[in-house]
Ligand binder design. Sequence first.
Ligand SMILES: [Zn+2]
Length: 327
Amino acid sequence: MEGLKEQVRQILFNKSRIIGKVESGKKGPAIVFCGGIHGNEPAGVLALIRVFDTIKERKIKINGKVLGFIGNRIALHKHKRFIESDLNRLWTSNNIHKLHNTGFTSNEITSEKTEMIEIDELLMSFIKGTEAKHRYFVDLHTTSSTTIPFAAIDRMKQSVEFAMQLPIPFIINLDEFLEGTLMHYLDHINFGAMVFEAGKHEDPISVNIHEALVWLVLYISGAVAKEDVPNYEGCLTLLGGINEHPHQIFNIIHREPANNGSFRMAQTFVNFQPIKKGDLLAYNGVNKIACQHDGFLFMPLYQDQGADGYFIVRKAQKELSIDPIHN
Ligand SMILES: [Zn+2]
C-alpha cells in the first residue's frame, strides 16, 4: 500500500483532480469513475491509478472516453471523511440549482462546496457531445466494516440494466434515505450510475476489488475488448466469488440515524448479516437499540464520523417497479 499511497500524495501535490483521462476519438461510451469522495477511502483512487497506468503501459485501445477523478481532495489529503460537511450529501436539488443558476453566496462556500463546483465543471466539460444513453458512472467507496462487494443504485432503468451485468448484489432505493449523493446528480445528467463499495477502508484487497470492478465496467460498457481486461476471470471471481448474493436486489426498509457521536454498534457485525427483529444491534449512549425488522443488516457504522448508524435491507420482489425518469 505504501508505494500507492505515495502516488496519491504526488497526485495531490501536483494539484491534479484528474487521475486519468483517455479518449480515442473512436465512437463509444463516456465513462466516469470517482474515487475518494470520502477522504478516508483512498482505495478507489489507488485502483484508478493502477488501471490508468495499465491502459498506458499496454497501450490498450479505448472506445469512447474514460475519466477518473478524485472527489474530496482536501479531505483525502488529511485522511478525513470530510472537512466541513459530507461531499456525498451535498448534491441536493437545491444545491444543484444554485450550482447551475445563481451560484453560492460567499458565506455558503465551504471546503466541500469548492470541491463540488470544480467537480461539476469537470463533468460538464466531459459530457459535452456524448450520447445520454451511453454514459456510465461509478463512485468508488469503502466501508468501515467488513463487507462483500456490493453496489447501490437509484431506481432507474439505465442504472438497473448497468448493475445487472455485474456479479454483485445491489441496493435499489438508496435515494429514499440518503439525499444529495453524487450518484443522484449523475442520474440527473443521464448516466447509468452506481455507488460501489469494495470492502473495508484499510484492507489492501479493497484496492484489488475496485480495480476488478473498473475493468469489468470498461468491458461491459464496450470501452475495452475482453482480451484487453487483465485477468478477466480473476475479476469476476474477485467480485462474485466471495458473494452469497450475486445479482440479488435489495430494498432498504429502515435507516437508523447516528446523530450525536453517542451511537455505537453492540458488537462486530458483517454487512448483509441476517438479523431478526428484537436482536440487540446498537447503543445510543446507554439506550439499547433493538432490531426493528427481520432482514439483513446493511452498512453498520464503526467510525466516529457519519450520520447513518445502520440500515436494514430485504430482498426485493423479482418484478421491480422502475421509474423511467427520475423525479
Ligand atoms: Zn464512502
